[in-house]
Design a protein around this ligand. Structure first.
Ligand SMILES: C[S@@+](CC[C@H](N)C(=O)[O-])C[C@H]1O[C@@H](n2cnc3c(N)ncnc32)[C@H](O)[C@@H]1O
Length: 403
């Protein structure tokens, strides 16, 4: 690996590349504003990294914070061993795989650079595949297996997004930074370190008072200080939070206990698409009740079918809930549903999604109807899926609100 490549990866080239490739509006959509080395240094200044076993950046970007962490981690006897060690100690998540690739390249370049300058070793580096802990996805839907002695470093996105039901961050659109922080601390066991660069309003705003109260009930906050404006493109005042999670002060009232919003429809229901595609699915001699978007009236219960057909494909038995796949953000209700109590074998058309209760109970189906009726579900679905079709994934992920 050439010295040029190493220095390009180490300094601001990765950020320049991303900023010149993505438009400002694209970057605003997911809060793509990287810390850079100077904020990374401020966030972690004075912290002894040696006491933590693993380092997790749940919205890693091009890795500025992990680069700062790894600048002071001890080196092993060879660059390969150091990279192996870091592979096991680093966890990185981002919506974009390209960001994870850049982060991992930069970290390997850093390892090579440090072995050369600190140990005088010349290094012939072959870049390795992404480590297991580098995950592409929406961190808000990922359960991080956080452990005592983990250290979370984060500069989360700052745009406003809809808070999940029962969130201690508040209702409606709130700072994504607060929602990301909440997601992390609610799943962290005691003894997890937390260093975060967040909008100053989380530290000072009256609308985030409950957030601060809950934070303090779950974590020992050693500092939460204002640091002025983030930068030219993101003209927002920021603060740095340093904390370590602990046993909640008031176990009964603690927000960590209120993790029910983490339960999803997919925890209670198997979700699939109706298998009958008219004119394509083969037919047989046998006739079964047939549910279609036309004959399954929204909001009604079906105890016996009104239409029959003889397709040869998967059959379903009630109790179950069917939801129309066609749905648009302009519709008042996004998940338009019908309860099917009929326990005979049934055919279901492809325009319908089928939700089968894992416990096979009608009462669980009725609870699902309440969830789908809740306005919060419409808000959540509008955020999660903007196109005109509901998907299996979106219904599985839907929070179990008031079920
Ligand atoms: C403000 S940048 C910070 C990146 C990096 N931590 C740093 O300090 O430079 C936020 C990053 O979070 C990513 N992101 C936004 N929403 C996310 C989500 N729901 N799950 C995972 N990553 C997300 C964006 O792609 C972006 O890279």
């Amino acid at each position: 690996m050439s010295e040029n490549l190493v220095s390009e990866l180490m300094n601001g080239h990765a950020t320049d590349f991303v900023y010149s490739t993505l438009s400002l509006s694209d970057r605003r959509l997911h809060g793509v504003f990287f810390s850079g080395p100077s904020w990374a240094k401020k966030i972690l200044s004075g912290q002894k990294m040696g006491k933590w076993r693993r380092f997790i950046d749940p919205s890693v970007g091009v890795g500025d914070l992990l680069i700062e962490v790894c600048s002071s981690l001890p080196l092993k006897s060879s660059v390969h061993k150091t990279i192996e060690d870091w592979s096991g100690r680093l966890v990185a998540i981002d919506l974009r795989k390209s960001f994870l690739d850049i982060t991992w390249l930069r970290l390997q370049a850093l390892a090579a650079h440090r072995h050369k300058t600190e140990k005088g070793q010349t290094v012939d580096l072959e870049f390795r595949e992404l480590p297991e802990g580098f995950i592409v996805g929406d961190v808000l839907t990922i359960k991080l297996d956080l452990r005592k002695h983990d250290c979370v470093v984060m500069n989360p996105p700052y745009q406003r997004i809809v808070a999940p039901a029962h969130s201690f961050v508040g209702k409606g659109k709130r700072s994504a930074a607060a929602i990301h922080l909440e997601h992390i601390i609610l799943q962290a066991p005691p003894g997890v370190g937390l260093f975060a660069l967040v909008p100053d309003v989380l530290r000072s705003g009256s609308s985030y008072e409950r957030f601060r109260k809950e934070l303090k009930s779950i974590a020992d906050v050693s500092s939460f200080e204002s640091f002025g404006a983030f930068g030219i493109q993101a003209d927002i005042d920021v603060a740095i939070l340093a904390a370590v999670t602990r046993q909640p002060t008031n176990e009964k009232k603690s927000a960590r206990k209120e993790t029910s919003y983490l339960k999803k429809v997919g925890d209670f229901f198997d979700v699939s698409v109706g298998p009958v595609v008219p004119h394509r699915t083969p037919v047989t001699g046998q006739s079964y009740g047939y549910l279609t978007a036309k004959n399954a009236v929204v909001g009604k219960e079906i105890s016996s079918p009104v239409e029959f057909a003889n397709y040869a494909c998967r059959l379903e038995r009630g109790p179950l809930v069917i939801v129309r796949r066609t749905s648009s953000p302009s519709d008042k209700k996004r998940a338009r549903s019908t309860l099917v109590t009929c326990s005979n074998e049934l055919l279901v058309e492809n325009h319908l999604l089928i939700l089968k209760p894992k416990d096979k109970k009608i009462s669980t189906c009725r609870a699902l109807l309440r969830v789908l009726e809740d306005q919060g579900s419409d808000v959540w679905l509008n955020e999660f899926i903007r196109c005109r079709h509901l998907t299996v994934g979106s219904l599985k992920q839907l929070p179990w609100i008031n079920g």
